[in-house]
Write a protein that binds this ligand. Sequence first.
Ligand code: MGD
Ligand code: MGD
Ligand code: SF4
Ligand code: MO
Length: 694
Amino acid sequence: MAKSSVFSVCGMCTVRCPIKVQVQNGRVSFIEGNPHVPAMKGAVCPRGAAGTGLIYDHERPQTPLIREGERGEGKWRKASWEEAFDHVADRLGQIKETHGARAIAFTDRGGPFRDIHRAFLKGLGTPNYNNHDSSCARNVQHSALSLTGMGRKAVAYDLKNSKHVILQFRNIFESVNVQEVNNLMDAMEKGCRLSVIDIRSNVSASKANNFMKIRPGTDYAFNLAVIHELIHKRLYNDKFVRKYIEGFRDLEQFVVPYTPEWAEQETGIPADTLKSFVKEIADAAPAVIWHPGWMAARYKDSFYICRSIYIINALLGSYGAKGGLPFVSKPGDVGAKGLKKFMDLYPKPEEKRADGIGWKYKHFEEGPGLAHLLFEAMETEDPYPVKAYIAYRHDPLMGYPDPDRVKKMWDKLDLLVSVTFSWSDTAWYSDVVLPLSPYLERESIIATKNALKPQFFVRRRAVDPCYDTKSDWEIVSGLAKRLDLPELAFETREDVWNFQLQGTGLTIEDFDEKGMVSLAEKPVYLDFQDYKFKTPSGKIEMISQKLEDNGIPSLKPYESPKKPEEGEFRITFGRCALHTQGHTVNNPMLYEQMPENVLWIHTQEAEKLGISDGDTVNVSQDGYTETIKAKVTDIIHPEAVFVIHGFGHRLEAESRAFGKGLADNKFMKGGMDIWDKAGGAIAYQEHFVKVSKA
Ligand SMILES: Nc1nc2c(c(=O)[nH]1)N[C@H]1C(S)=C(S)[C@@H](COP(=O)(O)OP(=O)(O)OC[C@H]3O[C@@H](n4cnc5c(=O)[nH]c(N)nc54)[C@H](O)[C@@H]3O)O[C@H]1N2
Ligand SMILES: Nc1nc2c(c(=O)[nH]1)N[C@H]1C(S)=C(S)[C@@H](COP(=O)(O)OP(=O)(O)OC[C@H]3O[C@@H](n4cnc5c(=O)[nH]c(N)nc54)[C@H](O)[C@@H]3O)O[C@H]1N2
Ligand code: SF4
Ligand SMILES: [Mo]
């Protein structure tokens, strides 16, 4: 029997863990964590193990498809790649000629493999690249920038060496990053304490030393009181504050009214609990990580919650500290040369962005922009018409609120293309589907990981595609060839990699042994003697001039969230260890383990409605109703109901997932217009539903 193995990169979620894939007789037989990365401990998560379920599933797009009926009707014509490339390139060319290159927009799912397709857009001359992040971590990013001038990824979470980790709307043990989970477990074995602030007791809470159940929407109140307590009791790191915080007096004044006793009224967490918690984390500082959050697109004040978290980390002196938030290194910081960038092949398009970033909204970062504002521009044609849209590994019809509204925003598009490895609502609604090979069947460009120990890594295919699908670089090359961008029209994967490695002194063979090349011998904790943050003052600024100049307060007074009306609940959501967003529910292996989601509802509220555990219930909002099974429990806050996101698929191409569970984003009517003006992200949890026994 022919046996081999290859080092690659998992693609079942955007964490992209390093893996080793065993191949037997041309089929993937086993997937494990890359043994050269100690924090993987040789393991992958349940989704990572289900990669074979993805590639050997015939219920995924198998050839290029061109729409025949109406959008969303599901009538397709199979096409060859030649035909599909010609079709898409012709239309893009026409649109560019009639409306200018700016009429072409593109969104993706972020991550380290973007350089080549972002270069493609730059080469075409359009500024309209966006990613999914206004539906995910934009508030975290913008809050980090507003305080330090540096993005959220400028620091690492040094979980392994931490003494106290605080998770607030962050569920590390279910919303998984394998290395983070392993590092935190190691630290906890050595005595690291874990505190969880959540609206329900999740798996992380079940492992925590302190679990504080908070009233939904009141996290900012809790955090302001923590800052009050740290300052009032002088529990902060005075040396760090004097050296690195600008505007401490403003902060001190601002939090005067926000006492722990005041916060108790808002959050339901007793003042004494808050006080002893604050004492505990101050004792453990600076080896403390208060995680700033990941899916922080929840409330209208989520940006300020994230800011308050970073401020607490600063008061504790955990910035730059071992066991806290040390700064990561880029290749240049450790004396290595970076990869050659495809993006550097072309000049920056001069045109202003359709989403308004950079001219209408000057306090937001360019780059990923805000996709919901791009979609709005498609509808209003303000500042100009956008006529072509490529959704690249992105499913906005599942990932943004109110899909009917999103479809309306797309009505004026002349061309809607999906590049995807699985069916999705967006792919189904597209004019053309270009099927991407799943990660085990494709290679990706070489990527850089900025970290305590920076590295280059590469995804290699474990097996050849079993259907007529292609890799990212092949799709970009196929279009580039037809659109007069010969620099991006690569013939072989080696050509792609060789381009990137120019000047680094490395060859692709250097990746054979481990799947990656480390650029430092051991973790580098940057010298933190006279650190200059990237703000005008060089310090962590409590008052951001950029925010103030744009009419956004730096320190925003707390506003109490709306209480649900009698019989209503705030709809909340999160992830589970068995599924990734909306794209694994039809995976045969994962479907078998968890075929549907359930509605968490508090015991007392369920009793009032005559609902017992396991009953089928109706969830409704504004005349729209779906049914789901109830999970009646004491461990959720009574004001909320909760579901795992990603279910409620209604595509005939997905026989397993069809009709199973409930789609939370359909209960967010008008949600495309409810977003955080300070942080930029959608506020997904500002919606209410009614529940009744079916
Ligand atoms: N209501 C509600 N909305 C949400 C969320 C929620 O919890 N509730 N979560 C939000 C969050 S945190 C995020 S990040 C977004 C996610 O929103 P999306 O990014 O749209 O979600 P995915 O399911 O990851 O969709 C990616 C699509 O690309 C395809 N794909 C192709 N190749 C790849 C690959 O290599 N990797 C991945 N991951 N996908 C690939 C998948 O098949 C899928 O169809 O949704 C956000 N929206
Ligand atoms: N298994 C798995 N892992 C994943 C993903 C996946 O789909 N599946 N997706 C990846 C992605 S894209 C992301 S963004 C991350 C997300 O990672 P997280 O942000 O950690 O994930 P979530 O499960 O969305 O939310 C975390 C917790 O927030 C709680 N919560 C909801 N509302 C509130 C509130 O008002 N206050 C407080 N304090 N808590 C609240 C929820 O109950 C939940 O337990 O996970 C990543 N990892
Ligand atoms: S966390 Fe799991 S699914 Fe995500 S990349 Fe790692 S192994 Fe794959
Ligand atoms: Mo996310």
